[in-house]
Design a binder for this molecule. Structure first.
Ligand code: 57M
Length: 358
């Protein structure tokens, strides 16, 4: 809105030219959503508390029992701060921005419904697994179909390290992208089991995705780094900046010991959006490195379940996802969290280095 109101004034005063710059608006989108979440945080927390929308805790990990009743659905705070900031700083005529918003809010709606059934209706299971999965496929499918139909977006798959290799997947790009988006959404959800464990790496990932998307949208930078150029996609950097700010604002309250959990409304929307932004930036494969922490958490569950079935009841880890394994080894929660953050920063650096490696 600010872009549409103030940039036209650059005809009368050149100072207003600054509102056309993506970098400028991304930084202010970040600061706005951060400020919004810090201001709204206490209000949302006491509101969730008054409604008694608190987490019910399974007692299989002993030191989680004390977390009983912690307000959940804090993802609503992220959604409010992010939406407000994007509406203020984004260019409303950019189609990519709207599709990204559709994915974010679509996945948030699925998560909200799941949380609502679990927390408010007090039914343990929430949405059925298949219902949740189908809804995720539907949102992701609509978004990717729109993307493929947009002029300027290609269904080619770009490989890191081998920059000359980019086969066109055609309509096969659709199921491939669905796997990326839905997989990413569920991977972040699985990781969200300790205070700040999901939001910390998510913020790191958004910072890198902002850079990847800016490069993809910039004709000269994309050409220089030999990565895919997607005309118009640079505007989504503002969207990334805003999510980064909203994520940091949420971390303020979710940092150990957490005053609020994000709930599925947060984890599904953030995860789905990470997958979608990776696709927008044409960095689908680099996303495996960038979001490597989420991949490792998911693999720990896959291996745990597989090993359990193969050996007729033996366990590979004390408990999966792997953060529970470390907890049961007696490592303090705060230490596990910070170590996982360190790992996610290292992985992000490796992912960024692919811009220069070939
Ligand atoms: C979400 N939810 C947290 C909170 C958060 C197949 C299997 C791997 C599925 C997995 C599962 O259910 N994952 C989905 C995990 C829960 O957090 C809520 O859920 C939201 C995210 N969806 O925002 O609302 C608990 O996590 C803790 N928490 C924090 N701080 C936070 O900031 O401490 C969350 C956020 C909260 C709180 O205690 O209540 C969760 O872990 O339940 N299942 C599991 O993760 C279970 N693992 C398991 O059963 N492993 C088996 C097999 C199936 C692989 C095995 O190893 O043998 C664990 N779940 C729990 N305890 N609660 C087991 C231990």
């Amino acid at each position: 809105m600010i872009y549409h109101l103030l940039y036209p004034l650059s005809d009368t005063a050149t100072l207003f030219n600054v509102f056309q710059y993506i970098t400028f608006r991304s930084i202010y989108a970040l600061l706005t959503s951060l400020l919004l979440s810090l201001i709204l945080g206490p209000v949302v927390l006491s509101w969730l508390g008054r409604l008694k929308w608190g987490q019910r805790i399974q007692d299989d990990v002993e030191n989680h029992v004390q977390k009983e009743g912690t307000p959940t659905m804090g993802g609503l705070l992220i959604a409010a701060a992010h939406t407000g900031s994007v509406m203020l700083w984004g260019n409303w005529s950019n189609a990519y921005m709207w599709v990204a918003m559709f994915v974010f809010l679509g996945f948030a709606a699925i998560g909200f419904l799941d949380d609502y059934i679990k927390v408010v209706k007090r039914r343990n299971k929430g949405l059925t697994k298949s219902g949740k999965f189908l809804a995720q496929l539907l949102i992701a499918g609509i978004a990717v179909a729109v993307l493929i139909l947009l002029p300027g977006y290609s269904s080619k798959l770009y490989f890191p390290f081998f920059k000359w290799l980019h086969p066109d997947l055609g309509w096969f790009y659709l199921p491939f992208s669905l796997l990326v988006i839905v997989g990413s959404s569920n991977a972040v959800n699985i990781t969200d089991g300790l205070d700040g464990l999901a939001i910390g790496p998510t913020v790191v990932v958004f910072a890198c995705l902002a850079l990847f998307i800016y490069v993809a949208g910039h004709v000269h930078l994309a050409d220089y780094l030999q990565v895919a150029h997607v005309p118009g996609v640079g505007e989504v950097t503002v969207f990334c900046g805003s999510l980064l700010g909203a994520g940091l604002g949420f971390l303020w309250f979710n940092a150990y010991p957490a005053q609020v959990f994000m709930g599925d409304v947060g984890s599904l929307s953030l995860g789905g959006t990470i997958g979608f932004l990776g696709i927008l930036a044409k960095q689908e494969l680099v996303l495996v490195i960038l979001g490597g922490l989420f991949v490792l958490e998911t693999l720990s569950v896959v291996f745990q379940v597989g090993y359990f079935k193969m050996t007729g009841g033996k366990r590979l880890f004390r408990m999966a996802p792997i953060h529970h394994h470390f907890e049961l080894q007696g490592i303090p929660e705060a230490k596990i969290i910070v170590r996982f953050w360190i790992l996610s920063i290292l992985l992000a650096m490796i992912a960024l280095s692919t811009l220069k490696l070939r």
